[in-house]
Write a protein of this length. Structure first.
Lengths: 190, 551
């Protein structure tokens, strides 16, 4: 996908959420100078898989909270930045300004057992994750047909022409172990 | 209080196994039966092969996150039977003798494996349940069996309520079966109940029960929007002589808790002693070359396995640890299983991760090998640690999403007993799958959403001891005559196997007692209907019990 940074004017909300999603399942930069994506992985990650679309879906319930979530995440990022002594960066939001390892450290901290906001950050991470491994914003047949990065990476099988899955070959069709000695004819144990 | 416009003989809350089975028998016996189901009513063509939010994958499911425990359950007409994997083993004999941590038998004296056998037979005839075979064991099941064999263990094809002639092994059965191959309640008890005049109302979420002056009960419900379950569209009440609560172990105790101010004190065990069936998952990544060389597996096209996506949930289980001579809390099944992407992958951890284990670049690489995954499901003996907090304003959870996701009031802190069982089962799985380098394996993390269960149990359980059980051995709520509980919440403790068959058998067993209660209240109702299929073998087998119940 060719897109220049000049054509795209990412706002704080987009830059922050994309950086968060890229921390969950990372991808490669979409263009030189892509700030949201850290670029630690080859191929598409959660952002390319549609994380922001999933977060914005009315079905998910996350959308109304996103402005507050972005603000809170950036406050956490500022605290982390100051705690570890990183320089201030005014060009992009504080979470996006963090190097990859520090983004990961913040996400680890926010989702750790016992963190008072664990539920929120885990929920946000789960939606970003689901974008990658399910394409939850798209019909699955469409996601596969358009090369969705997560389902493609997993080599998720494509369906029959009617959009349904069938696997006529599914079994080795031979005994592969001994049965438990107490097995009854009905298949349960006695 | 003015009377309700509506009345019925029996009001049933929920249409899963606990609701559908009494609904059929009581309607067939001549009672007026009304079933209120909070979820939608879908037919086969509405069961989607689709992971998009808003398809049947979220419409028919509920995923409630609590403190230390997350519960997956059905949310539709047919309840758990629509979303389950249809694995139907009988509970092992030792399960009925369990004492848990309370120092005496948890099950009522009247119920043993032998006593339950005729009721199992009735359910087996009605669904029906098909014999297990190696010919219908999927690649993933075959792989697990071969790995067990390689490690000197046994492994069994698991009986299932699946019609193999119709099954396409699509592995979408958690979203409902598109091909009517899975023998859900939509194909047997429920249509038979409707045929006999029962009425089922979907999208009716019961909130509470109040008492009437004549000894009957008034059931209060909200109606909810068919797309956005957070939206209440109306409400009403129905009066009934007998109420059967079968909303599932994650919801039944909440309805009773909310009813306590009106009904009076609930038994101590309502909303306590919840069991997650001791559930635990391990995911392995199989070395395909080793699967060929060590296990001799070949799909006939050069591939040894690469078949995680293919199948029908679980098809085999290793039952070597279901040994009554082993100490309690150290007995468990190890069952091969499939979960679709999303729920089925997020908690899997990266073996040897140097950093985050459930997200990050390592997780992406783990997903690259998804076709070579094998998931093993532990069902063990937990310690009934779960306790429900004060009920939420409506329903059993604060719904977060339009469908599926919500936050519940359950808290669960695993005891040393439960943790020991999980550790031993993890070690067993590792020993079997990592032998000779066949696979790398790690348990799912409990650090993200706590422990988890797809088989919630015991939150309103039967027993002989009033201090530790909410129901007597006829499933009647102690101190509240005419209220019965017949779902998974009545099962006293973890079963070490898939519980649907046992829940269903207990519901069958409870029916004669409910018939007797209706007769005491002047309702002319007969007992003794044949199987919904018309078969009568099961009826003959349980006749003696019905006579003992005075029927």
């Amino acid at each position: 996908m060719e897109e220049s940074s000049a054509e795209r004017a990412p706002d704080v909300r987009t830059l922050t959420l994309e950086a968060f999603a890229d921390t969950v399942i990372p991808g490669e930069k979409r263009w030189p100078g892509d700030r949201a994506i850290a670029g630690v992985s080859i191929g598409g990650g959660s952002v390319q898989a549609g994380a922001l679309a999933v977060l914005e879906m009315p079905e998910g319930g996350m959308a109304p909270a996103l402005d507050d979530v972005v603000a809170a995440l950036n406050v956490h990022a500022e605290h982390h930045r100051d705690r570890v002594g990183l320089p201030t960066n005014e060009e992009v939001p504080p979470f996006t300004a963090l190097p990859w390892a520090d983004r990961t450290a913040v996400l680890n901290e926010l989702t750790a057992v016992g963190h008072p906001e664990k539920e929120l950050w885990t929920g946000l991470a789960l939606f970003c994750y689901m974008a990658f491994d399910t394409g939850a914003h798209l019909p699955t047949t469409e996601a596969l047909a358009t090369g969705h990065p997560g389902l493609t990476l997993m080599r998720f099988q494509t369906p029959d022409t009617d959009g349904l899955w069938r696997f006529p070959d599914y079994s080795y069709r031979r005994p592969l172990s001994k049965l438990h000695p107490d097995t009854l004819e009905n298949g349960s144990l006695k | 209080m003015t009377g309700s416009a509506e009345s019925t003989d029996v009001l049933i809350i929920g249409s899963g196994f606990g609701g559908s089975i009494p609904a059929y028998h009581l309607a067939a016996g001549g009672a007026r039966v009304l079933v209120l189901e909070r979820g939608p009513w879908l037919a086969a063509e509405e069961f989607d092969h689709d992971l998009r939010l808003g398809t049947s994958s979220t419409r028919v499911f509920e995923f409630v996150v609590g403190q230390g425990m997350s519960v997956l359950s059905g949310n539709c007409v047919g309840g758990g039977s629509v979303v389950y994997f249809a694995a139907m083993p009988r509970a092992p004999r030792f399960v009925f003798e369990r004492q848990g941590s309370i120092g005496h038998r948890l099950w009522p004296a009247a119920i043993t494996r032998d006593a339950l056998e005729p009721w199992y037979e009735r359910v087996e005839e009605a669904l029906p349940i098909s014999p297990a075979s190696w010919d219908t064991t999927t690649y993933a099941g075959g792989l697990w069996a071969a790995a067990c064999d390689h490690a000197g263990r046994t492994c069994n094809p698991v009986p299932a309520a699946v019609d193999s002639d119709l099954c396409t092994n699509c592995n979408w059965m958690m979203s409902g079966c598109r091909f009517d191959a899975k023998r859900s309640l939509l194909l047997n008890y429920l249509p038979a109940a409707l045929e006999h005049g029962a009425e089922i109302r979907p999208l009716h979420e019961v909130q509470q029960i109040t008492r009437l002056a004549d000894g009957g009960y008034r059931v209060h419900y909200n109606t909810v929007d068919e797309v956005d379950y957070r939206v209440v569209t109306g409400g009403g009440t129905v009066d009934a002589k007998v109420v059967i609560v079968a909303a599932g172990a994650g919801a039944t105790p909440v309805i009773l808790q909310r009813s306590e101010p009106a009904l009076g004190t609930m038994p101590h065990a309502v909303g306590r002693y919840f069991s997650g069936n001791g559930e635990r998952l391990n995911t392995a990544v199989i070395d395909e070359d080793k699967a060929r060389d060590l296990l001799g597996l070949d799909r006939g096209d050069g591939r040894a396995y690469e078949a995680y996506q293919i199948g029908r949930g679980p098809t085999v289980a290793s039952w070597d640890r279901l040994d009554g001579s082993r100490p309690e809390f150290e007995r468990y099944s190890l069952e091969q299983l499939y979960f679709p992407p999303g729920l089925g992958t997020v908690l899997a951890q990266v073996p040897g991760a140097d950093g985050p284990s459930w997200f990050g670049p390592g997780k992406k690489e783990l997903l690259r090998d998804w076709k070579s995954w094998l998931t093993i499901f532990t069902m063990s003996e937990d310690d009934n640690e779960g306790v429900f907090g004060a009920p939420p304003p409506t329903g059993n959870a604060n719904r977060f999403s339009q469908q599926m996701f919500g936050f519940g009031t359950i808290s669960y802190e695993p005891t040393e007993n439960t943790l020991r069982g999980w550790e031993k089962s993890d070690a067993d799985v590792r020993e079997i799958l990592e032998k000779d380098g066949l696979a790398e394996v790690l348990p799912w993390t409990n650090d993200v959403i706590g422990a988890y269960t797809v088989h919630p149990l015991a939150s309103c359980r039967i027993g002989d001891d009033p201090a530790t059980s909410a129901l007597d051995d006829r499933h009647e709520l102690r101190g509240h005559p005419g209220i019965f509980v017949t779902d998974g919440s009545a099962v006293p403790a973890g079963l070490t196997v898939n519980p649907a068959f046992t829940i269903a058998a207990l519901a069958e067993r409870a029916v004669p007692g409910i018939v007797a209660a209706l007769r005491e209240r002047g309702v002319q109702v007969a007992y003794g209907a044949p199987s919904p299929s018309g078969a009568a073998g099961g009826r003959r087998a349980t006749r003696e019990f019905a006579r003992a119940a005075g029927l």
